[in-house]
Design a protein around this ligand. Structure first.
Ligand code: ADP
Length: 373
């Protein structure tokens, strides 16, 4: 193994199309040499996020995700999570070089497309080797591990505290939904929908038995890209904040715009979107919308499309549980609730939409586990 002979690194990186996700394990060690090395590394990592001139846009510690009292390989400590935009990889290199990161890490657990794209640069510029893991394997292993370690809080679903209203309301504006823990003790089979820059859909039958069955290029990257074009916003957080204040019904053509009410024969409520952005060809409607409405419509369009594909696959494969992960769902309860409600609405309550507290970053835990044990 490339990790052989070193206590370090207890560090993993998932270099995605939009975000680079890092996780590291901070622990007290019985071995003073090892401990020294580790503290030095952690100092550098923390410095990177302090020094970065674009802090706030660049490196961000996800304190919310931190896991304490975790026991890995007989040692107890905390797992920290950090992310930065992959487009700022040059900043990372500059600081890693300045602090001679290669002295403390000789190898790094790496996954995502960037594990291939940046492998040579890490080797030549930083003297750090990659131990590469396939991102789908890692996602599933990481998910298994995080569900086990963070039980029972890790998995949750959205439920309707007012079930009477459930079937007369269209699957939108779901602010009244509440979160509930879900014990994913016996998870198989399930459909896994990973919403990153794009979307990947897996059918998972057992711990090592899965297939990538489908995907979509209309994913989190599409939402962010379109939202920047339509509203002039520049970050995901801004895009979500705009969407939270908007009304997509001013932008979309609804069933009631066409039928004057519900389309009763097929049980389609009047408030249902018949055509996403379908009112935007009309100058009157265009005058009547704000950037908030446009952001919301973009979010709802992308989310519904993903929900639709997920539903078709779950029905097609006769699998009743669908687990949604990926950073598109980060700080984005609008989409999570919409997915939760839409899956249950369109399947008449036969499908369960589940979500993870740690979104996709949990996959890094697998990397950590791999080189610690
Ligand atoms: P990837 O591995 O393709 O980078 P992720 O699971 O990290 O995929 O998800 C990336 C998506 O997450 C983006 O397209 C965007 O929709 C959303 N996102 C969430 N937080 C951020 C952020 N801080 N910066 C950019 N995109 C973000």
């Amino acid at each position: 193994s490339v990790f052989h002979g070193k206590g370090m690194p207890w560090f993993g990186m998932d270099i995605g199309g939009t975000l680079t996700k890092c996780a590291y394990f901070e622990t007290k060690s019985a071995n003073p040499d090892l401990h020294h090395q580790e503290t030095e590394l952690i100092k550098i990592v923390k410095k990177y996020f302090k020094e970065n001139p674009r802090k706030g846009v660049a490196g961000q510690a996800d304190i919310r995700l931190q896991m304490d009292n975790v026991s890995i390989g007989g040692r107890t400590g905390s797992v920290h999570f950090i992310r930065f935009p992959t487009s700022l990889m040059d900043d990372f290199f500059a600081i890693a070089k300045k602090h001679q990161l290669g002295k403390f890490i000789s190898a790094l657990g790496a996954t995502g497309g960037g594990a291939y794209k940046f492998e040579e640069r890490f080797a030549t510029e930083l003297n750090i080797k990659f131990a590469k893991f396939d991102e789908m394997d890692t996602l599933l292993n990481g998910m298994r591990l995080v569900v086990k370690m963070n039980r029972p809080k890790e998995v949750y679903y959205w439920y309707n505290p007012h079930p009477d209203e459930q079937n007369c309301n269209p699957p939108q504006e779901k602010d009244h939904l509440s979160r509930k823990e879900y014990d994913l003790n016996d998870p198989y089979p399930f459909v896994l929908v990973n919403i990153g820059s794009g979307v990947s859909i897996l059918a998972v039958y057992g711990p090592h038995n899965y297939k990538r069955i489908s995907g979509s290029s209309l994913g989190g990257g599409t939402f962010l890209g379109l939202c920047c074009l339509l509203t002039g916003c520049t970050t995901f957080e801004e895009a979500i904040a705009l969407a939270a204040k908007g009304d997509h019904r001013k932008v979309d053509k609804l069933v009631r715009d066409i039928y004057g009410g519900d389309y009763k024969k097929f049980g389609l409520p009047g408030d249902l979107v018949a055509s996403s952005f379908g009112n935007m060809n009309l100058p009157d409607h265009r005058l009547n919308i704000s950037k908030f409405d446009l952001a919301r419509a973009t979010l709802v369009t992308i989310t519904n499309n993903i929900g639709n594909i997920a539903l078709m696959w779950a029905v097609n494969l006769k699998i009743s549980r669908v687990v949604f992960v990926g950073n598109f769902l980060r700080v984005n309860p609008i989409s999570a609730k919409l997915l939760g409600h839409a899956m249950s609405f369109w399947s008449r309550g036969t499908l369960e939409a589940l979500f993870l507290e740690h979104e996709v970053r949990c996959l890094l835990l697998h990397l950590l586990k791999h080189y610690i044990i």
